[in-house]
Ligand binder design. Structure first.
Ligand code: ADP
Length: 191
């Protein structure tokens, strides 16, 4: 299996690059943000809880997201591999992910960290807020999300670096050029 994590601050282009990677390598896309937004739309019990956190720019509690992911992985056991987009976001989520994959005799092949300057992130997210109406794309929530990213998610860079799995990619430039830097790495991986 080819399992990839796409990692970066809100607005860094994780979703866009994930779509390209799926098209080329036929992976199963897991975006925890998208799943949570659909739970909110369906007004499920999980959605009602998640909405309170998301609208404030906070993370949804680890155990809820981990359980949600475990259930999905169980349901989608037979595929070429996964692309995890927006997960893991905390150290405890990354450990849970390692365990889940180990139980299935597989592991993460590579983690791509997309780096984009903060000013650019804010401008991208504000622009997205104008067009697609995501309730968390407003200035106050964006600032909270960036703080949460720095405090809780950025430390994962070190975690994956130590495991030799981290690949830094410049998130500025054309979508095509960024995608090419990612595929160069994937095509050299043995998995
Ligand atoms: P972005 O990274 O652009 O902010 P996402 O769609 O990945 O967008 O996530 C939107 C929101 O959903 C996050 O701000 C957070 O509240 C919640 N969320 C998504 N993934 C997770 C996760 N793995 N753990 C906790 N909360 C999450």
């Amino acid at each position: 299996m080819l399992n990839i994590v796409i990692f970066g601050a809100p607005g860094s282009g994780k979703g866009t690059q994930s779509e390209r990677i799926i098209q080329k390598y036929g992976l199963y896309h897991i975006s925890t943000g998208e799943i949570l937004r659909s739970e909110i739309e369906n007004k499920s019990a999980l959605g009602l809880i998640a909405e309170e956190y998301i609208s404030q720019g906070h993370l949804v509690p680890d155990q809820l997201v981990i359980d949600m992911l475990a259930e999905l992985i169980d349901k989608t056991a037979h595929n070429k591999g996964y692309i995890f987009d927006g997960f893991p976001r905390t150290l405890s989520q990354s450990k849970a992910l390692d365990d889940m994959l180990r139980e299935r005799n597989t592991s993460i092949a590579a983690v791509f960290s997309l780096s984009v300057e903060e000013e650019e992130l804010i401008s991208r997210l504000l622009k997205r807020g104008e067009t697609c109406g995501r309730c968390d794309d407003n200035l106050e929530t964006i600032q909270n999300r960036l703080t949460v990213y720095k405090e809780q998610t950025e430390p994962l860079i070190e975690y994956y670096k130590k495991k030799g799995k981290l690949f830094k990619v410049k998130g500025l430039g054309s979508i095509e050029d960024i995608f090419e830097s990612i595929t160069e790495v994937i095509d050299r991986l043995s998995y």
